[in-house]
Design a protein around this ligand. Sequence first.
Ligand code: URA
Length: 259
Amino acid sequence: MDNEQVRAEALRALRRSVADYIGFLAASGVRAVARPSPSGPAAPAGRAAPAPLPSIAADSGGLSTPPADEGLPLTLEEVSRELGDCTRCKLHAGRTHIVFGEGNPKAEILFIGEGPGEEEDKQARPFVGRAGKLLTDIIQKGMKLRREDVYIANIVKCRPPGNRDPEKDEIAACQPFLMKQIRAIGPKVIVTLGRPATSLLLGRSVQITRLRGQWQEFYGIPLMPTYHPAFVLRQYTPKNRGDVWEDMRKVLEKIGKPH
Ligand code: URA
């Protein structure tokens, strides 16, 4: 073997051991590893490392480049503190309360909706109006979980006036906080409710009727797109209800709690 061949063999061996090590980490439940930062502090042992943040497609209302956020995951309390009494977008002007999200901070399932409605704005809690009652029924009566076992969040945390769709700049202003919430929780599965949430997380404009029920991935986290409960209420057909139930059965199977 000449020097070139020795170097090539050494490189192949190195690649194999890196691949084995990544396989080992994955099998141990590690989903992401912190990139060493020349300036930042070393990650303390035992703390989950952050996943890279996604690039959000412009047509989904988000950012075209990933926000620079390579630090350790914050806790939900830290994310909430960072959000503060937010005035980063125009939605703050009409809100009564910020609706940060609620549930188990280490939930296996994270539901992501669009934005608070009137009742949510009043109570500072996500999904407590009519659509919320349906979501709660899906979780409790259908999936046989407690609402407190899952986490429920939205892509914007302040109510859009008259329940209009959130606009691109509003979604972009809120998006870093949703990403930090996802990293804080580290869910096994994300369920996106409706088109805006699905498009935002997948970074492309989707048709929810086409995509629902098909597993997607958000930086290594399985993502199940399904209908928004408000849509199901508007078109309360056995087919739509059955579709959502089928999607939730897949979610339960994925977290090892088949129905
Ligand atoms: N619809 C949403 O998308 N989110 C809520 O919190 C309530 C209704």
